[in-house]
Structures are given as structure tokens and as C-alpha cells.
Design a protein around this ligand. Sequence first.
Ligand code: PMP
Length: 386
Amino acid sequence: MKNRSLLMIPGPIEFEPAVLAALGAPTTSHVTPDFIETFGNALEQMREVFLSKDGQPFILAGSGTLAMDTAGANLVEPGDRALVVSTGYFSDRFAEILERYGAQVSLVNAPVGGRPSLDDVEHILSKDHYKLMTATHVDTSTGVINNIKDLAALARRYGTLSIVDGVCSVAGEELRMSEWGVDLVLTASQKAIGVPPGLALLIAGPQAITAFKGRKNPVLNYYADWKNWLPIMENYEARKPSYFATPAVNLIWALQVSLGQIIKEGMEKRFSRHISISQAFKQGINALGLKQVPLIPDYAAHTMTAPLFPAGINGPEFLAKVAKAGVILAGGLHPIIRSKYFRIGHMGSVNMGDILATLSAIEIALSECGYAFEKGSAVSAALKAL
Ligand code: PMP
């Protein structure tokens, strides 16, 4: 029997064979002409995927947390006011990062599974000048999606830079950086971008770059400093050799392949595929009588689902049984509800077959745990939702 499981956690995800093949190809020099072409291409492709006309892309070796750290290091100066719109664990991480660089951070919170209202955010922005505001597009700890279009418009109205953590959204959820006026979007390679972990990806819009160039204080992080990276990104895009720190050569070859596949599918099609897969999956979960962490359906992301365990089900035992049935899912992460729910990622090249296999494995595990439900109901509800 083949030793294969379906990886359905909210990142890393299942990767396309062509992407994995690029990772296994012989490593080239980072200044060889064909790698320079690949790096330059990947920077240009990023603009298409983030729907950014005029942003400056950065491709760095690191994870999503480095992308967050880079945004904080380059945009915060000691004493700056920053507002964090919190929808969970990863929003709170951003608050810690901004504080580390000397920001005076205010948090606007909501109950777990909720999101702060636009009125709550506006109330704070209208009281003082905030240099920047962060929002997590999809907080992976709650599965809550934020209303980035309206938040970015609000920030723009108050002269505040909007920074979006799109780690669990970019290339899956609708996000239109230029049209919505988002000043910085960041992500990591291992989620809907479709490349194994190891790349921190950011696009800084013109106003973020202007704020960076107008800094009065040095950036308090050597590796992340855009002063070091801007010439490198500009040179690669101009197809010129350049070096500050060794890029993750094979991951960038793989990135070019994956971004190419994403662009070939088309962003509009990709957004709507994620919506229909998510709706089908959530119908399946509903049919089993399981509730979800997001308080109302409008708050639920399309790249993942966060169901609550039904009463009497032992979480670790259930997840082990799902794994035995061939599907790997993730446990809870939000500290307040950690043991009460589980998480499924359905982003990137995920298809209906993956969703049906996942629902089947959940049905098998629930049944073995003694939960009473009509067998086949989840799979059937998902099929009907198509
Ligand atoms: N933000 C969000 C929304 C995330 O989901 C994650 C990772 N799950 C991160 C930030 C941090 O990314 P990484 O684990 O790649 O450092």
C-alpha cells in the first residue's frame, strides 16, 4: 500500500507535482542568467496575483512571520501609533511584533469567532492619528475572514497605512490590492500560493514605500531592512545580477511555476472556485450537525473551515481516526477554545475529490467515536451544494 495521506490542514497544503519537481531540480547559482530571469518573472507574476498595479514586491527566504516582521521593522518608528484589528491568534502576533519595534499599539477586539465592526475601528481611528493599521484577512486560528475592502477604505480616509496579513488568503480569497487601496499585503509560500514552506512574500504599495523612505530612524532589523532588499528586487526585475543575502534558489524556481499556474487559472476563476469548494464543504459539515467557530456564515473564510467538536467527542482521538482514514487535519489553535474545535484547509489546487475524501474521513471517524448521524449525509450535502 502506498504511504500517502491527504494533507488538508490550513497550510502547508498539497502541492502540484510540477512545483515539487522544480524543487528537486539541480540548484543553480543565484546570479546565473536563467535564475535572474526566473526571479524577475516571479516578481512580476506576484503583482498579477496580488492584483497590484504599482506595488514593490519582495521575495525573502523565511516564513509568514518574517513577512510580518519585515512590515513592522520597515514601517514602524519608535512612538508611532498602530491599530491592530484583531480576529484571533495571528492578529495578536502582529501586535507583539509592532510593539517590539517601538509602536504604541491599540487593539480592537471582538468575541472569538467575531470581528470588530467598522464603527468600532472608525471610532478609534478618529480619535488620534494612527500611522498604520493591521488586519488579518483570514485568521487561521478562527477561520474568520475580515472585510478588507472596507477596512482599507477607512484607513485611507484617516491617512493611516493599511497592512494586510494575507498568509491564509492571498491567491485564494478575493483581495484587490490596488483597487481597494491596501498599502501592504504579505503572505507565505505554503498556503494558497502553493509552494512548500520557506518564502516570505510581500508587496508594498507606493504609500508604504514613501513612508519607509521618509523614516527618521534606522530600521531595527538588519536582515529585513528594505534598504538592503530594494536594490536587489529592482535589479532582479531589471534582469541584472545582484546579491545581498542568498535567495532560496529552488523555492523561487518553484514559485515561478506555481504563480504561473495561478495566473493561468485566472484570479476571478480562482476566487470563485475557492468559494464553491468552501460552500460545498461547509454544507457537508452542517449536515453532520457540527457548528463552526465563525459566529455567522458571513464571517467564515473560504480557504478553510473551523468546526466545533460535537459534545462528547474526544478531539485528539477523533483527529487520530481521521488520520487513520487517510486525511490529515489540524487541531485548535486559539488559546480560549483550543480543545473545542478543529481546522481544515481547502485552498490552492484543492478539488472536489479532496473535499469529498475529507468529509468521508470525518464521517468514518465520527462514527467510530460513537457520534450518531446519518451516514453519507455530509458527502451527499456537499455533492448537492455543487
Ligand atoms: N498569519 C497567518 C494568518 C497565518 O495563518 C500564519 C501561519 N499559519 C502566519 C501568519 C505565520 O506564518 P508562518 O507560520 O509561515 O510563520
